[in-house]
Design a protein around this ligand. Sequence first.
Ligand code: NAD
Length: 375
Amino acid sequence: MEFNIAVIAGDGIGPEVTSWAVKAVEKAAAAHRFRWTELQAGGCAIDTAGEPLPAATLETAKACDAVLLGAVGGPKWETLPGHLRPERALLGLRAGLGVFANLRPATLFPELKDACPLKDETLKAAHPAGEDSFDMLIVRELTGGIYFGEHGRGGVEGAEDAYAYDTEKYSRFEIERVLRFAYLAAQKRRRTLCMVDKANVLESSRFWREVTAKIAVEYPAVETSYMYVDNAAMQLIRAPGQFDVIVTSNLFGDILSDAASALSGSIGMLASASLGAKAAGRNYPAGMYEPIHGSAPDIAGKDQANPLAAILSGAMMLRYSFGLETEAAKIERAVSAVLKAGYRTRDIAGHSSLGGIKLAGTREMGEAVLAALAG
Ligand code: NAD
């Protein structure tokens, strides 16, 4: 098959890590043909086009089958006004592509166990197989809720009655569509889904529960449970092994997924997918794939960035946009293999429980993955 992919490498370490993701995808899915279209967004677009998300970038990205993104931003653009900041490009891309479901897997590679701040007993607690590990998928609603709701300020500035507000508003349609992604993902995993909310206080959360109970009936193979977000934050730290798929609102998902990522050791290991509906006349759901880390200006251009999160984002693209499960799993096995062989970029080097570590730069790590894919 042939796939058109927009590559938005971005700023800082973005281009360094994205190039390895492209190579890994090409190698793992060599039977297919990929056309890569390089586009600019973020700081580099501000420099060349005067805005973080040029209309041409968005239009071309929308016409592609999927978008692979590196990272945007950096100190050079930090003093610009909000609407001109590189990070605006991310919001514009999410909204423009209509990607409303953010999937963030958080797993603990056995080789990086020492990177996890939790004790073995904590990891084993509530793990269905009693293993000192976890493997969860957080599905976060991405284009609704309090980040997009009505907000503002009122009263007399500086006076006692000055106030500010943000509004959490969700429609049935918005909740149902993200739930369906979560249930479909749960069906392919351990078939348990936990909906996280604050239904003891918030009306919007009670509505999420109501809608979830209705949708749950359509997925009888998946066991549904509910948890308050304060408890979920605690459970992530006390017994992360209990979670399979978590689905939640934009705000709660933002916070919980960062907490979960900290348990995995390094931000340089974690991939994400943002998915939307299939547009009329298209074969694929809209999809944007990116590592969860930023542009890491402190290590940009030094051959120190961990390319594994970007490479794993490439695997997610093969799985979720193109249905190439075998090829996606091949990349994931290759990443495991290079970790087993002792390859470590600096961010994960200090945590290894294995002897014989090979301290690797971005290039050496990328090449090791390609070699593992060839094997
Ligand atoms: P960051 O993720 O860029 O870096 C945080 C720390 O993690 C740094 O010490 C960095 O060196 C390290 N790190 C990040 N990725 C790494 C990798 N692949 N390998 C090894 N180490 C890695 O977060 P930050 O410093 O808060 O932000 C830097 C810039 O990135 C800012 O302009 C921010 O707005 C932007 N940002 C962009 C995105 C995105 O494009 N999706 C996400 C977060 C931050």
